[in-house]
Design a protein. Structure first.
Length: 212
């Protein structure tokens, strides 16, 4: 009798187990909504790292623009040298075969053979070791005076001899451009051209018309 009772309990337990296993578990589970991060939430390191990789490379022109430009160390100038601070902890020295600086008012300044008009109306170079002063108008053949190291010398055209005898220079007015000054028509059909440099002046007589 006791064995039948246990057997009945066992049969009932098996029936309950079969009923439970026949119920689908997904019906009992509540479906969770997909995760959407809040706009104010911090991004994960993985997302930030991905965005950094996707940034475009800077344009070469932008890199050049951001690079500091070298500046000259004026105190280190010599007649033939320039020194530049590259603003990155390094310096660059440039050495030239000819003087690029000459003294002006006690300082080494850039050589400039460009011609300008001085307050006394003479035509002079901006800054050269040899300092020419061209007359605005030729007078008695005098047209230029040179000064170097405190010494002066005056140039004067005396005249020209030919088949028609001696010809005196005409009192023409000078014209100038860059480092060249012209005395056009100083003699008949002849121009005088002077080109200035740091330590010398090149002179040419230009024949505009042959009349021989």
């Amino acid at each position: 009798m006791k064995n039948r009772r246990w057997y009945r309990y066992f049969i009932q337990l098996m029936v309950v187990a079969l009923i439970l296993t026949s119920i689908p578990m997904n019906g009992l589970a509540e479906t969770a909504p997909p995760f959407t991060p809040s706009p104010n939430s911090e991004q994960s390191p993985e997302v930030e790292k991905k965005e950094e990789k996707e940034l475009p490379a800077p344009h070469p022109d932008q890199l050049k623009k951001d690079k500091p430009k070298p500046t000259e160390v004026v105190e280190e100038r010599t007649e033939t040298e320039k020194v530049f601070d590259n603003n990155d902890g390094t310096f660059t020295k440039k050495v030239y075969t000819e003087p690029i600086h000459t003294e002006k008012d006690g300082k080494l300044e850039e050589v400039s053979p460009k011609l300008v008009e001085a307050p006394d109306k003479k035509i002079v170079t901006e800054n050269t070791k040899l300092k020419p002063a061209f007359e605005k108008t030729v007078k008695d053949g005098k047209y230029v005076q040179f000064t170097v190291d405190g010494h002066k010398i005056q140039y004067e055209l005396m005249g020209a001899n030919g088949e028609k005898g001696e010809i005196k220079p005409s009192p023409v007015t000078a014209t100038h451009e860059d480092n060249t000054v012209w005395y056009k028509g100083i003699f008949p059909h002849i121009d005088l051209k002077s080109t200035t440099f740091n330590e010398n002046v090149k002179e040419d007589f230009v024949l505009r018309e042959y009349t021989g």
